[in-house]
Structure formats: structure tokens, C-alpha cells
Design a protein around this ligand. Sequence first.
Ligand code: GSH
Length: 205
Amino acid sequence: MIDLYYWPTPNGWKITIMLEECGLPYNAIPVDIRSGDQFKPEFLAISPNNKIPAIVDPEGPGGEPISIFESGAILLYLAEKTGRLMPKDNRSRWQIMEWLMFQMSAIGPMFGQLGHFLYFTSESVPYAVERFSNEAQRLATVVDRRLEGRDYLVGDYSIADIASFSWLARHERLGIDLDELPNLGRWLDEITARPAVQRGLEPVK
Ligand SMILES: N[C@@H](CCC(=O)N[C@@H](CS)C(=O)NCC(=O)O)C(=O)O
């Protein structure tokens, strides 16, 4: 069974949703990032950047155990392992890479900084809130535009959708306005309604 080192945050949900979608059994091991569990040496051994999520698959390539950190890498690994949620044809695969990299390099860091300046600073920093709010709203608009005339980011529902969904589902908490983003709203509703997504969003059992 796969061990998932996890805390209920957008980056953690990407992996619980993917595992649920693929029907892979897993053991969710909480790493309480509020109390510093991510800095313990035993966690550092599998996650050198001290962040969740990370997995250990006892049946990795060649039947040998493997540990993987970085949510984008974990999504790609699980897609390849199961043959699920990643198209087979090469052109579509590269489009998935584009949207996955976009999520990892833009949506994740910018939304993460916005959440930090909204909820976790001891003093208010209006410049940072404005900067990251504007950028988060702009990125949501990029996704809305991509979804114009499309059901999902690339072809069928895929790991690209799971990656961006996990952050965009936090739009209310982050103050992102969906009023003028109807494609994004429809996409969020559809993905939220998936039973595997509902299970993946549950807190650690
Ligand atoms: N690029 C990483 C980001 C992971 C990340 O930022 N994880 C956060 C929780 S969402 C964390 O572990 N924070 C603890 C810390 O920064 O000390 C990924 O996508 O896996």
C-alpha cells in the first residue's frame, strides 16, 4: 500500500483526489505542518524540501520501493503507474505538461502567498495582499479563458484538472471573484461533484 505523507491543504488534496480517482489503497500519514512535523529528520529523508505531500510506494519501478516529493511529480508518477488521467497521445501529453507546470509554477506559489498574507501574518501587509490578490485573480482568468468551449483543461478530465482544481476550489477563502468567470465556475462545480473528489477532500481518516 502507498504511504501518503499528508496534511489537508491544496497540495495534499491533489494527491488524495488522485489516489481516490485511481482506486489505489493508501495509508494517509498526517504531517502536522502547524507544529513543525515537516522538519523532522525522518520526513526530510523522503521530502528534502520539508513540505507535504510526499509518497512512498513499496512497489515502485522494478518492484523496488520509491519515495517521491513535489505534488506535480507525484501526479505524473501515479498517472504513469495506473495508466489513468493522462492521455496516451503525445500532443495531448505535452498539453498536460503545460497546464501542470502552469499550476505548479504560478497558481500554487501565488495562491499560497496570498493565503499566507491573508491569514498567517502577525501584521497586515496591504501591498502584498494587493499584489497576490491581483495575480490570483489574473490566473483564475487565464483558466476561465482556457475553459471557454472546453469541458476540461486538456481533452478529458486529467491530472492537469486535479492540480488546478485543488487550489481554485479555495476561491472563496482567497477572495477570488468568479462572477465574470462562468467557465471556471462550471468546471469547479463539475469536479466538486465527483465522488472521488469528495472522498479526497475529506480530512485524514
Ligand atoms: N511545490 C510543492 C509545494 C508544497 C507545499 O507548499 N506544501 C505546504 C503545504 S500546502 C507545506 O508543506 N508547507 C509547510 C512549510 O512550508 O513549512 C508541491 O507542490 O508539492
